[in-house]
Design a protein around this ligand. Sequence first.
Ligand SMILES: [Zn+2]
Length: 417
Amino acid sequence: MRPILKAKKGVEMSRKRIDEVKNRRFRRIIRYVYENCPFYRRKFKSAGVDVDKIRNVEDISKIPFTTKQELREAYPLKIICVPKEKVVRIQMSGGTTGQPVIVPYTRRDVEQWKEMVLRAFYIAGITSKDVIQITPAFGLWNGGFGFHFAADAINAFIIPIGPGNTRNQLRFMRDFGTTVLCSTASYPLRLIEVANEMGIDLKELELEKMLLGAEPWSDEMRRIIENEFDVKTYDIPGLTEMGGVGTVGFECPERNGLHMWEDNYVVEVIDPETGEVLDDGEEGEVVYTALNREAMPLIRYRSGEVSAVVSREPCDCGIEHMTLKRIRGRTDDMIIYRGVKFYPADVEEILAGYGITQYRIVLDDKVSIEFEGDESLIQKIARDIKEFLGFKPILKALPYGTLERFEGKAKRLMRKC
Ligand SMILES: [Zn+2]
């Protein structure tokens, strides 16, 4: 089957078909990890899980969670279900400090990654005629590869430029007629600034679509990016532990949230304190179970992402896979200040409403927000933050160009305590 047709079939699965595949794969994967992975065998035994009694996805709450700490302790390949000879590559998750989290892939896992990104391409209408500029890294951090595999499969024109050198990025966009940009969500902001310096009119570029992800970004920021570039943006969520950027789902074309590929992942939202599964609509930590991976299919993995289930009903866009809210932040980024809980993206939403794209949140015993913009905005911003987030920050207006710029994920939060 042509790769994009397979993607179309996956995207357009009926509810009935999704449930059949999901339950069948769920039973299979639980038995598979039990039989092939000592880590899970031990874990299931000590939790008293009888794998013969796991009949369908409803039984999932009997199974214990897998945590990031366990993955760190599993370094290098202690949670693996296949002999090492079957591994074709590794990727690494997140942080630059401490014990790395390693994700191994078999050939089939690489295929799965590609197939999921092809679903995104199908939804966004990306074809062999597109010129796809891939700015996330080609290295251990998984960023660029998934886009590359999918773009290669449809014979698109690939510019595998990787991160950095923003002037070159813009020059290539202009000279090769890039139509699709894949990047972190904050990178287009840097592109806007450098384009201004270079005298490039962004609206003159042939750019039509952007696939943005790897970090939370607000709707207000999206409006700024879409206006400046005259493009349509798509949110592409992704988690290395689940196989890389683009594996778990893709944004709904109607912008109702993110459709999660339920034939490939079971997605739950739990209370991070108690571990209880929350009702739909309630915000909590997202937990993933990989149903269709081979080297290291994680079961009930606590992702640290914060979101909520929007709907399990068929969507207006025609897709029947469940909808999750766009990721608001990570549990580690949550700020609790005088009893109020919020995320950097909540502050961003307010600042971007005033056209502010460069900011930093500094936490000590108070919350300070530094932004590049006019001092006259301070009062309005303070009022909005009080009204929508419920606290009073210290606000500081800085001259344009003062704050550090980022070419990968932006670091907006500084904890000094
Ligand atoms: Zn939809």
